[in-house]
Design a binder for this molecule. Structure first.
Ligand code: SF4
Length: 194
């Protein structure tokens, strides 16, 4: 037998020594879970357009093992909450969450789902964590597809580490590619496009 891998790598990755791979069963399960997420989209508002963009072939969610939608919560383990949630929708969202089997994860897609966005009124829920637990918050109105992928990878990392703490995706600052205009820095769009 050769040398063991450093302790820090034993948590997530199998140790390969002279043709043998060893790992702990719970690590193997976490590894399998992070690459086989079955999503249940709960789409209510304009963020849905960006959600459709992210799930298009251009962004290839299948490379993360997360491309298959299940429109029954009983067959899903990843709930995407996409858009504004009103007080009338809140009990429906709670019921869908309750119908999902464990283990399950929730992503707040966009500012409205994360904190209510600019809707500061009696009809809107100020963030889905007022109703159900949320694992990852993706800011943006709507979020950029790259930011959504950041959120998905953040969630996968949390699953692998079995980390129950909620996480927030950092806002993207890299330029956006606009057809016919090349790379455009957000916030300077008007000057750049001309
Ligand atoms: S965050 Fe913006 S784009 Fe998304 S649902 Fe709210 S208002 Fe619409």
């Amino acid at each position: 037998m050769g040398e063991l891998a450093p302790k820090s790598t034993q948590i997530m990755e199998p140790i390969v020594v002279d043709g043998f791979a060893t790992t702990r069963l719970k690590d193997l399960l976490a590894w399998a879970q992070k690459y086989s997420l079955f999503m249940c989209p709960f789409v209510t508002a304009c963020c849905g357009m960006e959600f459709m963009g992210v799930t298009s072939p251009r962004y290839d969610l299948s490379r993360f093992g997360a491309e298959v939608p299940r429109f029954s919560p009983r067959q899903s383990d990843l709930l995407w909450v996409v858009g504004t949630i009103t007080q009338r929708q809140a009990p429906i969202l709670k019921r869908i969450y309750d119908q999902m089997a464990e283990p399950k994860w929730v992503v707040a897609f966009g500012t409205c789902a994360s904190c209510g966005g600019f809707y500061d009124n009696y009809a809107t829920v100020a963030g889905i964590d007022k109703i159900i637990p949320c694992d990852v918050y993706i800011p943006g109105c709507p979020p950029r597809p790259e930011g959504v992928l950041d959120g998905l990878m953040l969630l996968m990392d949390k699953i692998a580490r079995r980390d129950p703490r909620p996480a927030v995706v950092k806002p993207r600052t890299d330029p956006v590619e606009l057809p016919g205009h090349g790379l455009v820095q957000l916030g300077k769009k008007r000057e750049s496009v001309g």
